[in-house]
Design a protein around this ligand. Structure first.
Ligand code: ACO
Length: 323
């Protein structure tokens, strides 16, 4: 029997605290107008003191399990994409496993910064399609506010906290029909590490450090690499980017998203965008946007959906699935 991964349900969670552009303008030399024009962001969420990445992840995962009509007893794989783990070890996935009450299977984290969810989805699919596992929670969760230099206006205005989750189930490929994860295309070019990194870490400094980014250089790399990944993943699946119903991009910058739409001759109304209210939530942004598209009825069962991201590393990639 040939197996494939089918998306059974998704979920999202955002912390309560809202930080607006005007709030930021009282903290650093910036303005609502500058942030909106350059990025499309109006506000973002910030986790409360004591609210950790695993807490956000558990809330999104619980909602995804409810949507899938499954329980923690059904889950035998947890993959958490995060750059902001609760602790240096164990993996945030292990903490999430315990908090959810999952007592079986495997759990591990994936670190590919903003591309983390695409990497995590791709990894989970391999476990399910091989028959090694039956039901995976794939979670993107971040408390990016904890690694921001709140005096650096070039980075602190861009990011937000949040979590999103997918429940993937291994199903008989014939019975699943067209539904399910189709393929992915993953890349990394470590020579570009200096464009976007954190200036601390366990081995190098013994502290978490802060995000450092040459934003305009990252911007210049983004549209071309993302577009190439999207065209490649579609071509590998034997379809064209023009066959997709929905485009769910990593929410880094509205101008990057519109640049990709223009380059690939897509329509703006095919884009699921959450950037205005959430900012860049790194590995969480794709499942958060996907969940928004499902919740408001745009993404329906059977739709062809293309996901993409680019982030620190540089890493980038795309994935194609049929909802
Ligand atoms: N408010 C006001 N002015 C600002 C701010 C701010 N918040 N931030 C920077 N500026 C100033 C700069 O100092 C500069 O001033 P100068 O000309 O006097 O030197 C001017 O604005 C222009 O700066 P640029 O960096 O050239 O501005 P740009 O138009 O490139 O926009 C931005 C900056 C929004 C960061 C953009 O480059 C971007 O979105 N880059 C890509 C980000 C991204 O995709 N990251 C990848 C994912 S994140 C991850 O993986 C963790």
């Amino acid at each position: 029997m040939s197996l494939k991964s089918v998306l059974r349900g998704c979920g999202a969670y955002l912390p309560d605290k809202i930080l607006t552009n005007d709030d930021l303008a009282r903290m650093v030399d910036t303005s609502d107008e500058w942030i909106r024009e350059r990025t499309g962001i109006r506000e973002r969420r910030v986790a409360a003191e004591g609210e950790n990445t695993s807490d956000l992840a558990v809330k999104a995962a619980s909602e995804a399990l409810r949507a899938a009509d499954l329980t923690p007893a059904d889950v035998d794989l947890i993959v958490v994409a995060t750059t902001t783990p609760d602790l240096t070890f164990p993996a945030t996935a292990a903490i999430v496993q315990a908090k959810l009450g999952v007592e079986q299977g495997a759990a591990f984290d994936i670190q590919a910064v903003c591309t983390g969810f695409i990497y995590a989805l791709s990894a989970a699919d391999k476990f399910l399609a091989s028959g090694q596992n039956r039901c995976a929670l794939v979670i993107g969760a971040e408390t990016f506010s904890r690694i921001l230099d709140w005096e650096d206006r070039s980075t602190c205005v861009l990011f937000g906290d949040g979590a999103g989750a997918f429940v993937l189930e291994a199903q008989d490929a014939d019975a699943a029909g067209e539904r399910g994860f189709i393929n992915s295309y993953l890349r990394c070019d470590g020579r570009l590490v200096d464009l976007l990194y954190v200036d601390g870490g366990v081995s190098a400094t013994g502290s978490a450090g802060y995000v450092r980014m040459q934003g305009n250089k990252v911007f210049r790399e983004a549209v071309i690499r993302i577009s190439q990944a999207m065209e490649r993943v579609a071509a590998d699946a034997g379809v064209s980017v023009h066959d997709i119903d929905w485009f769910v991009p990593h929410q880094a910058n509205e101008r990057i998203i519109h640049g990709v739409v223009k380059k690939l001759d897509l329509r703006v109304d095919q884009v699921i965008s959450t950037i205005a209210g959430q900012g860049n939530t790194s590995a969480a942004s794709i499942p958060l946007a996907y969940s928004a598209g499902v919740a408001d009825g745009r993404i329906k069962q059977g739709d062809l959906v293309l996901l993409e991201a680019m982030g620190g590393g540089l890493t980038w990639g795309a994935a194609l699935l049929r909802a």
